[in-house]
Design a protein around this ligand. Structure first.
Ligand code: FE2
Length: 259
């Protein structure tokens, strides 16, 4: 199984085409560099026959105009639907601050954007950390990305999914970081979910989690803590980096590539 991983696309505000002269069709606007990277990635996904793509969140870059971000995300969502490669979305803070969660995936009140799916003998569990630590979900206009939290209902959901017996290994997906990433000796870095310790306890207790895929920290990272690998996907908008996750009889491997 071959899976393409992208994150932090940060699509910019779409420019409006100049008004055409009377009787003439509008000229198409050339793609901005970020959109060109996304298109190049999906071309690759198609030609390399990826089984599916995981988008780890932050489709839009927050242009300061929420209506435009909504439109940009809608266009992205529509192009994903028409793509021949299926994409599983994980919600990022910028997504939830710009448009309703339902735009990219089906959500429910209790679990927000958390869901699971299974491919072959691997279980994937996506989490939604776009909540303030009092349990309030992010809404349009909210801006404090350092205040992220995974509510109790999702912790129960994760525990329940990982206690299943009909899969060999599990991969946990989250936009924000779940590993213990410190600023010096005193402070947990703000890219880490505020109750990540509780999530790690569930992951470590299950014995089934082979990998945690996360994003949000644009430079990327790759660490192993208490036997669990936490792979942070670098931002696509920066240097055009994506990853190819291969899961086969030899185990799990991740290669970074560039568009
Ligand atoms: Fe983010």
């Amino acid at each position: 199984m071959k899976i393409g991983i992208i994150a932090d696309i940060h699509l910019p505000k779409k420019e409006r085409p100049p008004r055409p002269e009377p009787g003439k069709k509008p000229e198409p606007i050339p793609d901005d560099p970020t959109t060109a990277k996304v298109k190049a990635f999906y071309e690759k996904a198609k030609t390399e026959n990826y089984d599916f793509v995981i988008n780890l969140g932050d489709v839009v870059g927050n242009s300061g105009d929420a209506d435009h971000d909504y439109m940009t995300a809608s266009m992205f969502s529509r192009s994903m639907i028409s793509s021949t490669v299926n994409t599983y979305h994980v919600l990022g803070n910028r997504d939830c601050m710009s448009f309703p969660k339902d735009l990219l995936l089906h959500c429910n009140e209790t679990l927000g954007g958390a869901y699971w799916f299974k491919r072959d003998d691997t279980l994937f569990v996506a989490l939604d950390a776009n909540y303030s630590c009092d349990g309030t979900p992010y809404t349009k206009g909210f801006t404090d990305w350092t205040d992220s939290y995974i509510p109790e209902a999702q912790l129960d959901f994760l525990r329940k999914q990982l206690s299943g017996t009909d899969f060999k290994q599990a991969v946990v997906l989250c936009h924000q970081r779940l590993d213990l990433f410190m600023d010096g000796l005193e402070h947990v870095n703000p890219h880490v979910v505020s109750n990540a310790e509780e999530v790690r306890a569930i992951i470590e207790a299950s014995d089934k989690v082979a990998l945690v895929l996360q994003a949000h920290y644009h430079s990327g990272d790759d660490v192993v803590q208490n036997g669990i690998r936490y792979y942070t996907q670098p931002a696509l908008f920066k240097k055009g980096v994506y990853s190819v996750l291969t899961i086969d009889e030899n185990g799990i491997s991740i290669e970074q590539e560039t568009v």
